[in-house]
Design a protein around this ligand. Structure first.
Ligand SMILES: Cc1ncc(COP(=O)(O)O)c(C=O)c1O
Ligand SMILES: N[C@@H](CCSC[C@H](N)C(=O)O)C(=O)O
Length: 398
C-alpha cells in the first residue's frame, strides 16, 4: 500500500515537484492531493475484506501520498511519515531488544542523546557513544552477536562533523550481518545526500526541518532499503499509533515540493556567511569551507554543504551578546526553515545533555549555531556584522 519501487526518472528537483498521479485515487482529478480528514472508513462488508483503508492509525490516503512520494525521493523500498523526528527514532529503536547494543556518535542532536540515554537506562540496551569521524572507533565496538544498530549523524548537529557513511556501512555489514546502519540525514535532507545509496539500511529525518521548510508542522520521515525492515517498522507505527495525521501529511507533501529551490538558496547564503565569519578570524564549522577537516570526505558523500554552520568565539558571555544583538536572525531552536535562526546549542537545543557529558565530548559552551534561510545574503551578513560589533567584536568588512 505504501511501497514504491519506482525509480526516479528526472532530476531530483523535478521529482520533488512531480507527484505521481497514481499515488492517490481521486474521483475528481484534484490538482492538489485531498486531505482525508477522517479517523475511520466505511466498509462494504463485515468480514474484514472491505476497502483499502479501515482506520487512519493503520493508513490514510493523504499519508500514503506523502509516503509514496518520500520513498521515491529517498530511493527507498518503503517510506513512512510519523509525528516527529524523535518519533522516527523511537520507532526505529523498537527494533532493538534488551541485551542488544547500539553504537552511536558522540556529537548528536540533544534529543537523540536523551532518547538513547533512556533506552540504555530503562530498556537494557547498551549504547556506545564513539567518535564517528573515525571508522575504527565504530569498528572497535562492533559485536557480531550483540550489535543491532549503528546510528550516524553526518554532518552532526551542532559541530558539523562528518562520518564516512560508505565505509562504516560496508564494515558493519561485513562484521555484523544482522546489524542495521541507520542515518539521521536531517542536516542534509534527501536533496543533498542519499544515505541508502551510501549503504545505510534506514535513513530518517526530522521533517520539521528542511522537508517542510516553514516551521509550521512537526513530522518525521523514515525510509528503508528492505521490505522486511519496512514490515517491522510498519508494525510498530500501526501498533503504537505514531503515524502522521492527514493535515500534517498534506503540509509535508506541499513543503517537500520546494525543497530543491529552498536548499539551493539556503546553502549559497550559508557559504557567504561562513566565508564572512572565517574572514573575522573565528573558528567556523561548515563543510563547504576548504578549511573543514573533512571537506573532501563530505564532498564524496553529498552534493552540498547544507545551511547549518556553527562558530566559536572563545567566550560564553560574548556569544550570548552576539546572539541577543541579532535582529534579522531569530533566536530559536530548529533549522531548515526559510527564516534564518541563531542559537547557543549548549543552552538551547543541546541543554538536555548534562554539562559534564558536554564537556567530556568537547562541545564548546560558547558555540553559536546559525541556521541559514532564504533572505538576501547581504542583509544577513549586515545584521550579523552589526550584532558582532554591538557585542564588542571589531569587524573586518570585505
Ligand atoms: C538532527 C536532528 N534529528 C532529529 C531531530 C528531532 O526532530 P523533531 O524535533 O522533529 O522531533 C532534531 C531536532 O529536533 C535534529 O536536529
Ligand atoms: N526543548 C527542545 C529543544 C528542541 S531542539 C530542536 C532542533 N533539533 C535543534 O537542533 O534546534 C527539546 O528539549 O527537545
Amino acid at each position: 500500500m505504501v511501497g514504491s519501487t519506482e525509480k526516479t526518472r528526472y532530476h531530483l528537483a523535478t521529482e520533488l515537484v512531480y507527484i505521481d498521479g497514481d499515488a492517490v485515487k481521486d474521483n475528481y482529478n484534484a490538482a492538489s492531493v485531498p486531505i482525508y480528514q477522517t479517523a475511520t472508513f466505511k466498509q462494504s462488508s463485515a468480514d474484514g475484506s472491505g476497502g483499502e483503508y479501515d482506520y487512519s492509525r493503520s493508513g490514510n490516503p493523504t499519508r500514503t501520498a506523502v509516503e509514496v512520494h518520500m520513498a521515491k525521493i529517498m530511493k527507498a523500498e518503503r517510506a513512512f511519515v510519523v509525528s516527529t523526528g524523535m518519533t522516527a527514532l523511537d520507532v526505529i529503536l523498537r527494533l532493538v531488544k534488551t541485551g542488544q547494543e547500539v553504537i552511536a556518535g558522540d556529537d548528536l542532536y540533544g534529543g537523540t542523546n536523551r532518547l538513547l540515554t533512556y533506552v540504555s537506562q530503562y530498556n537494557g540496551v547498551k549504547v556506545h557513544n564513539v567518535d564517528t569521524t573515525d571508522p575504527k572507533r565504530v569498528e572497535e565496538k562492533l559485536d557480531p552477536v550483540k550489535t543491532r544498530l549503528v546510528l550516524l549523524e553526518s554532518p552532526t548537529n551542532p559541530l558539523i562533523k562528518i562520518a564516512d557513511i560508505r565505509s562504516i556501512a560496508a564494515r558493519v555489514h561485513e562484521i555484523c550481518p544482522s546489524a542495521l546502519v541507520v542515518v539521521d540525514n536531517t542536516m542534509m535532507s534527501p536533496y543533498l545526500q542519499n544515505t541508502l545509496e551510501l549503504g545505510a539500511d534506514i535513513e530518517y529525518h526530522s521533517g520539521t526541518k528542511y522537508l517542510s521548510g516553514h516551521h509550521d508542522l512537526m513530522a518525521g520521515v523514515i525510509g528503508c532499503r528492505e521490505q522486511s525492515v519496512g514490515d517491522q517498522l510498519y508494525f510498530v507505527i500501526n501498533a503504537s499509533g505514531s503515524g502522521l495525521g492527514p493535515f500534517d501529511s498534506w503540509l509535508l507533501l506541499r513543503g517537500v515540493k520546494t525543497l530543491g529551490i529552498r536548499m539551493e538558496k539556503q546553502q549559497s547564503n550559508a557559504m557567504e556567511i561562513a566565508e564572512f565569519l572565517e574572514a573575522q578570524g573565528l573558528k567556523v564549522h561548515y563543510p563547504g569551507l576548504a578549511s573543514h577537516p573533512q571537506y573532501e570526505l563530505h564532498r564524496s558523500l553529498s552534493s552540498g554543504a547544507g545551511a547549518v554552520l556553527s562558530f566559536e568565539t572563545g567566550d560564553v558571555g560574548l556569544s550570548e551578546r552576539i546572539v541577543e544583538s541579532a535582529k534579522l536572525w531569530g533566536i530559536s531552536v530548529s533549522f531548515g526553515c526559510v527564516n534564518s535562526l541563531i542559537s547557543m546549542p549548549c543552552k538551547m537545543s543541546h541543554a538536555s545533555i548534562p554539562a559534564e557529558i558536554r564537556k567530556q565530548r568537547h562541545l564548546p559552551e560558547d558555540l553559536i549555531r546559525l541556521c541559514v534561510g532564504i533572505e538576501h545574503h547581504e542583509d544577513l551578513i549586515n545584521d550579523l556584522a552589526r550584532a558582532l560589533e554591538t557585542a564588542g567584536v571589531q569587524v573586518k568588512r570585505g
